[in-house]
Design a protein around this ligand. Structure first.
Ligand SMILES: [Zn+2]
Ligand SMILES: [Zn+2]
Length: 212
């Protein structure tokens, strides 16, 4: 059984997810923790529950999702993985970070690339990787069939979808990703999004204004 722990970090109110299972192994998805207090909040949870983080995995590389990567890589000595098509977005962050007030942003190294069709493994848990571009060119989502959820990043929100006005964004591509990837998941799958509260696939198929 996977426990999905949500932390809301940085001024963008970004959802950072810590997934752990009965083995105590954990992965950190989209760490947006910026200052020491936020990094400590995540670390305190990890320590309290006796967890062993094994990997940092990102849905995409916008600034609000990568602010904590370098600090956590250093703290836990764990690899950071990303889809190759989002590497340019990661490399661009340092050029605009100070415009958003993140003057001390540290660019993390990528340890390996992940690809659609592969899986992310930790403990007894396996996550399937879906390729869902549109909000970002190398955006991926992580599906867990055993516990029926998807970590969707900034693709599909409750009653909304990700913005596509940033570099590398494309509205038509995003709609296609949602229709052909997210909406082929079963209706009862919970969607943990990059911002705001969780939703589920069936609710969005019926109610999301972009798909009516
Ligand atoms: Zn984003
Ligand atoms: Zn975001």
């Amino acid at each position: 059984m996977v426990q999905v722990q949500t932390f809301v970090f940085n001024p963008f109110s970004e959802n950072t997810y810590l997934l752990h299972d009965e083995t105590g192994e954990a992965i950190i998805i989209d760490p947006g923790c910026y200052d020491r207090a936020e990094v400590n909040e995540l670390a305190a949870y990890i320590e309290e529950h006796g967890l062993k983080p094994v990997q940092i995995v990102n849905t995409h590389a916008h600034i609000d999702h990568v602010l904590g990567v370098a600090a956590l890589k250093r703290k836990y000595g764990i690899p950071f993985v990303l889809h190759k098509l989002d590497e340019p977005l990661l490399r661009a962050v340092k050029s605009y970070a100070s415009n958003y007030g993140f003057s001390t942003f540290e660019e993390p190294e990528i340890d390996s690339f992940i690809r659609e069709g592969e899986t992310i493994e930790f403990g007894n848990t396996s996550l399937k990787i879906l390729f869902v571009p549109g909000h970002a060119p190398g955006h991926v989502a992580f599906v867990n069939d055993a516990d029926r959820f998807v970590i969707g990043g900034d693709v599909l929100f409750r009653m909304s979808i990700g913005r596509t006005d940033l570099p590398g964004g494309d509205h038509g591509t995003l709609l296609k990703s949602i229709r052909e990837q997210m909406f082929t998941l079963p209706d009862d799958y919970t969607v943990y999004a990059g911002h705001m509260e969780p939703t589920n696939i069936g609710f969005e198929k019926r109610n999301n204004p972009f798909f009516k």
